[in-house]
Design a protein around this ligand. Structure first.
Ligand code: C2E
Ligand code: MG
Ligand code: MG
Length: 874
């Protein structure tokens, strides 16, 4: 209301009062006093004022009504407004609160009555802030609209989170020292913001490029990885089409996929290969899916890309490893650190016969055969722990129970922390290899006929033995053994029988020694036995036992009870030799002695034998030069007819005029020459020389026409294809008829009567040469087999002649030989006749011819002529 209006109203009131007094002073019975003009004017004014006043009252009422309406509207507005609101006085007491506020804070009684204040319901820290806000609002800066944010507080009693704005709305509130507090419940908003932050940090925290595009292909969202991938900032990307940043071809691919998602509403997987990125070629897989709003309408496409370059690479590697694992020809076994089998490959199944299922979960030792050395296993584990790897031979057990050897390479596989995660064993089956190897080894090291070690293996063993004996100062023995008469058996009964004899002899020799001893076949019928740590006495015992075991009767094809024998020689390290060659040579020499001493015996080597051998060696080397230098001579020994007492011929016997040594007997060098093969040339020379001499004597007329000159021939001569021609040539050259020549062949040489030898004898016989068997009886030849040979003369060995007077059995033997020989049509010559009693006895037994000291010793041609031709001539 204005000031003037008030004054006016007061004036009108005064006027009204004056008028009323005037009327009251008038007598009602009296005619109304005519009104003075002044009063009339006053009344008139009063009426006007009254009208004005009424008008003004009306206006005031209307204004009041308007104010009331506004207040009610405000009250309604306050009550109904969606924001919780409070009216506080300066002390913070709540005067009003609307429904929203009670919803938020609870029933108003709790903070509107008595001393209850809103601040009691606030967090302690915020109480102060509220008060100072109220103070500022009402006292210090009353005109300033102040905004206070009380963020994120706890209203203690309700434990609710809320956010408040304290706002001065109206001056009136200020005047009245009131404040309107609007409470905004930002809980949902904060939750949304949080969710937003949460999802953004997830998005940005992801290494996978993630984006969302709208239906028009524009970027709605792109996470940090995507921005990095595009090389752009958020601002540059959002709202823009992909085509602006991505090569067109790739963009088209994405747009196409997006379109599919938009059309079908189904997720799509997009694989792409991106070249030209800073990391080189990349392989990405993008999972695209529809983005739907609350109504389910699709408003865009989400995409999460994964860089699968490494994964693909690893997959490729894994596929490669897997196929290597599956296709490998070696068995592969993978175990956990406790050696429990976790995988095996097909090659393992093929190798062992165990299926994968049957071994999974088993300890690897399940495959172990009982043959494996525990020490070897221990060494394996030590190596695995120390180096993480081991390789070596193992023996496995197969499903069928057989055990087999494998070459196993085991490696530990470690995890990121360096702990063993797996063991992998790659196993190569050695069975085939070993079979082949052992076959080769057998062939190389063992004699195929007897199964005994051969010379190579023997030499290897003796080498080891020697080294060992040297180190430890020990002795060991070598026994050289040679079967007696093996050659004869082989030649007469055939090779199959000979082989059988060798097999049986080998088995017997083997059985008569201990496991650690070596019995080797050196070739032919020669065996060597190695006795570790044996001295002479021990070796002798073993050798004798060996010969005894050997000499049990055995069935040999046609021979039901053959008694095999052998001769053996012993040499002992270090007494008889310090190296292998020497030991073997000395054992051989001793064995040779045993043969010479009559076979079936053992001879221990001694130094004298070595000397003898040295002598033989010297002979051997000198023989060749002896031929060249004409050091041989021929001596002649006469043969006499025992009944007539007349000379019937002579035997030519070779002598060696050895420089410095005088005349050497053929007994000393012929055996040596036989060994070296030089005997053929010596015999050829003797034949020529003898025939030359006889031819000369013939021409001198002192060689009787009926006489024969006997020349000795060795077995080797008979095997020489040129022999017949040589004989013919020698006869022809010296003008001697074949009938004047007799060839003496030792019985032992004839044992070897191969077809070739028999044919040669027949040819010589046909030529007219007389053939004699020398030293008959010393070998075990039967007369019946000799009868098959074209031989005319048999020379009884001088050992029988010598003993026949002393030993009745020798006499019987001589008698038998003579009788049988006669029955077979042979002529007989007795050797070594030294005294007349022998001659008489032989004569009595029917022997035709005698040779020996009694009739004349072997002498040179000159002496022979002097001694015998006068006599003959006489
Ligand atoms: P042999 O053919 O049986 O010769 C007989 C040997 O007995 C000769 O020895 C002879 O001197 C010896 N002798 C003869 N009468 C008596 C006797 O009454 N008492 C004794 N104790 N000995 C007698 P020699 O000449 O030493 O010949 C030994 C062997 O050498 C021969 O035995 C013969 O097998 C071989 N031989 C000799 N010359 C040759 C030859 O030119 N070629 C070949 N291959 N062998 C030969
Ligand atoms: Mg002779
Ligand atoms: Mg003889």
């Amino acid at each position: 209301m204005s000031e003037s209006q008030q004054q006016r109203l007061e004036r009108l009131q005064r006027l009204k009062l004056q008028a009323q007094q005037l009327i009251a002073n008038q007598d009602p019975a009296q005619e109304p006093v005519p009104l003075s003009p002044e009063i009339a004017r006053l009344l008139e004014d009063l009426r006007i004022y009254q009208v004005e006043l009424e008008l003004q009252n009306e206006e005031l009422r209307r204004a009041q009504q308007e104010a009331e309406t506004a207040r009610a509207r405000y009250q309604c507005l306050f009550e109904q407004m969606p924001l919780p609101a409070l009216v506080l006085d300066a002390a913070g007491q709540v005067e009003h609160c609307n429904a929203g506020a009670t919803d938020l804070l609870g029933p108003r009684a709790a903070y509107t009555h008595g001393d209850n204040r809103l601040s009691d319901r606030l967090a302690r820290a915020d109480r102060g802030r509220l008060h100072s806000a109220l103070r500022n609002l009402t006292v210090e800066q009353p005109q300033v609209l102040e905004r206070l944010q009380l963020a994120d507080r706890q209203v203690e009693s309700q434990a609710r989170t809320m956010d408040g704005h304290l706002i001065q709305l109206d001056r009136d509130f200020h005047i009245d020292r009131k404040a309107l507090l609007l409470l905004v419940d930002r809980e949902a908003e904060i939750a949304r913001e949080r969710a937003q932050r949460f999802f953004s940090s997830i998005l940005d925290g992801s290494d996978n490029p993630i984006c969302a595009t709208g239906t028009g292909g524009e970027f709605l969202v792109a996470n940090r990885a995507m921005l990095r991938f595009l090389g752009r900032s958020t601002e540059e990307v959002l709202g823009q089409q992909r085509e602006r940043f991505v090569p067109l071809r790739d963009a088209a691919l994405h747009s196409e996929a997006d379109l599919r998602v938009l059309e079908t509403g189904e997720p799509v997987m997009l694989e792409e290969r991106i070249s030209g990125s800073p990391e080189g070629e990349l392989e990405l897989v993008t999972h695209k899916f529809p983005l739907r709003n609350a109504e389910g309408r699709i408003y865009g496409v989400g995409g999460i890309s994964t860089d699968v370059t490494e994964l693909k690479h690893q997959q490729g590697q894994a596929r490669l490893s897997e196929s290597v694992f599956l296709m490998a020809s070696e068995a592969i076994i993978v175990t956990d650190p406790e050696t429990r089998i976790v995988r095996v490959n097909p090659a393992f199944t093929a190798q062992s016969g165990f299926s994968e299922e049957s071994v999974l979960g088993h300890l690897a030792s399940f495959l172990k055969s009982g043959w494996q050395d525990e020490v070897a296993y221990q060494a394996m584990w030590e190596a695995l722990e120390r180096d993480g790897r081991w390789a070596g031979e193992l023996r496995n057990r197969a499903a069928d129970g057989r055990d087999y050897a494998v070459w196993s390479s085991i490696s530990a596989i470690y995890d990121d922390r360096g702990r063993v995660a797996r063991y992998m064993s790659i196993q190569t089956d050695l069975s085939a290899l070993q079979a082949a190897q052992s076959q080769v080894q057998r062939l190389a090291l063992f004699d195929s006929l007897t199964g005994l070690p051969n010379r190579a293996l023997f030499e290897d063993r003796i080498r080891h033995l020697l080294a060992h004996a040297e180190r430890h100062g020990e002795a060991f023995a070598v026994i050289f053994t040679d079967l007696d008469h093996f050659k004869e058996i082989n030649d007469t009964l055939g090779h199959a029988v000979g082989d059988e004899l060798l097999r049986q002899a080998a088995a017997r020799l083997r059985s008569s020694v201990r496991g650690e001893d070596t019995v080797a076949r050196m070739g032919g019928d020669e065996f060597v036995v190695l006795l570790p740590t044996a001295d002479h006495a021990a070796a002798l015992l073993v050798a004798e036992k060996m010969l005894q075991t050997l000499s049990q009767a055995l069935v040999l094809d046609a021979v039901p009870e053959y008694l095999p024998t052998a001769s053996a020689g012993i040499a002992v390290y270090p007494a008889d030799g310090s190296d292998i060659e020497q030991l073997l040579r000395h054992a051989d020499i001793a064995m040779y002695r045993a043969k010479q001493a009559g076979r079936n015996r053992v001879v221990v080597f001694d130094a004298q034998m070595a000397a003898e051998n040295a002598r033989i060696f010297a002979i051997q080397t000198d023989l060749a030069s002896a031929l060249l230098h004409g050091e041989f001579r021929v001596h002649f020994q006469p043969k006499f007819n025992l009944s007539t007492g007349r000379m019937v011929g002579a035997e030519a016997l070779v002598r060696w005029q050895r420089p410095g040594l005088g005349l050497v007997s053929p007994a000393d060098f012929i055996p040596v020459a036989e060994k070296s093969g030089l005997v053929v040339e010596i015999d050829r020379w003797v034949l020529n020389e003898s025939l030359r001499q006889v031819g000369l004597w013939q021409r001198q007329g002192i060689w009787h026409a009926g006489w024969r000159v006997a020349v000795n021939q060795s077995a080797r001569d008979l095997r020489d294809p040129s022999m017949l021609r040589e004989v013919e040539a020698a006869l022809q050259l010296n003008g001697v008829v074949a009938g004047a020549l007799e060839l003496e062949i030792t019985e032992s040489a004839l044992l070897e009567h191969t077809d070739e030898v028999v044919r040669r004898l027949a040819e010589l016989s046909a030529l007219g040469v007389t053939l004699a068997i020398d030293d008959f009886g010393t070998n075990y030849s039967s007369l019946s087999y000799l009868s098959k040979l074209p031989v005319q003369v048999i020379k009884i060995d001088m050992s029988f002649v010598r003993n026949m007077l002393l030993n009745p059995s020798d006499r019987v033997l001589v008698e038998t030989i003579i009788t049988m020989a006669h029955n077979l049509g042979h002529q007989l010559v007795a050797e070594g006749v030294e005294d007349p009693a022998q001659r008489d006895q032989l004569l009595a037994l029917g022997c035709e011819v005698g040779q020996g000291g009694l009739f004349g010793w072997a002498v040179n041609a000159e002496e022979f002529a002097r001694q015998h031709f006068q006599q003959a001539a006489a």
